[in-house]
Design a protein around this ligand. Structure first.
Ligand SMILES: [Zn+2]
Length: 247
């Protein structure tokens, strides 16, 4: 059984960044997992919420609805501060992610790129850095050894991917996206991805732009292969599972 874990910063990133791939690999029999680091309480679009707490509760429910539509096997939302992931303790967040990598034992970890994805959001950039360190450190006995004393085992995921894009947004901070190494055809799952994004009702003002961009560019999800457990030459891929067989 192949297991794929996505690490994101905000509710709606799971649909926007790799919703099509989650659906595709679920249809191929993989288990999929999503960990979202924040409840998205700093969002500009706040729906009917009158407080950060209320917005967090609404967005938690929206995240769960989106993950259900994306047929995610297991999802979890942590409570790190939205809009401030650059000010949290790196070792603490990476410990939380490393623990979950050791429990879930994913073959593949997906996250956004350290440029912050197309919006250049600092939280996306930090989620990328935390997930990258968790990918590497989950495999090592000398990192978070207290988790090993609790009975968890080191886990070496096979591949780490950053989601990437073939375009930049002129009205956002300048970003230098990681080059695309891996192109996944999600045309069969585009409607499902859009529908999952739509579950984020508090973010409805973003929907029109998202849908327009998805219908124009969204038939493929693009990734950058950032790390592999077996050294290899890079060849352009059309399948995240390229070179991986279930143990
Ligand atoms: Zn986001």
């Amino acid at each position: 059984m192949i297991r794929i874990l996505g690490v994101t910063a905000h509710p709606d990133d799971e649909a926007g960044a790799f919703g099509g791939s989650l659906l595709l690999y679920n249809s191929r029999g993989a288990e999929t997992y999503v960990i979202c680091l924040t409840e998205g309480q700093a969002a500009t679009n706040r729906g009917t919420a009158k407080s950060d707490e209320e917005l967090g509760m609404l967005r938690r429910a929206e995240f769960e609805a989106s993950c259900r539509l994306l047929r995610v096997t297991g999802s979890e939302m942590l409570k790190y501060p939205d809009g401030a992931l650059d000010r949290v303790n790196l070792l603490t967040v990476v410990a939380d992610l490393t623990r979950r990598v050791r429990k879930i034992k994913p073959h593949i970890i997906l996250t956004m790129g350290p440029e912050g994805a197309i919006t250049g959001h600092l939280d996306h950039a930090m989620a990328s850095i935390f997930a990258t360190m968790a990918f590497h450190w989950a495999a090592r006995k000398d990192r978070y050894s207290e988790q090993l004393a609790e009975g968890l085992e080191p886990h070496r995921a096979r591949k780490l991917y950053y989601s990437t894009a073939s375009f930049v947004l002129p009205d956002r901070p300048p970003v230098s996206p990681p080059p695309c190494t891996t192109t996944i055809d999600i045309s069969q799952f585009l409607e499902g991805k859009i529908e999952a994004f739509r579950q984020h009702r508090t973010q409805a003002p973003l929907m029109e732009r998202f849908e327009k961009s998805m219908r124009r560019f969204g038939l493929k999800e693009l990734y950058h292969l950032a790390a592999v457990s077996e050294p290899m030459d890079l060849t352009p891929e059309t399948d995240l599972l390229h070179g991986i067989s279930p143990e």
